[in-house]
Design a protein around this ligand. Sequence first.
Ligand SMILES: [Zn+2]
Length: 106
Amino acid sequence: MDVIKDLIKEGRLQEKPQKVLKGFDENETVSPEYEIIHPPKLCPDCDLTVTNHRTLFYKRLSPVIHWAKKCNNCNCFQHPVTGKYTLSSPELGAWWRSNTPVKPKK
Ligand SMILES: [Zn+2]
């Protein structure tokens, strides 16, 4: 339990308010619940300081099958060449359309 006390002191953990469960009396001991506090850090994708970094992948079928990578913090899509998160969804679509060779019609 000392580890938990240390983490609370460091601000990494927070005790959740105790729930009173149905069928239990208030004086009965319920094991405590904790919430992890993520320290803010620099996102390697978009250079924003974030507490919860998430990157989403979307499989897109047009004009060719590819994965679109979106940063959930700045809501930008990754540029396929630069690797930077600078594009909106229509801009990424336009990039793929202008960079996909057109198949000759039969
Ligand atoms: Zn971002």
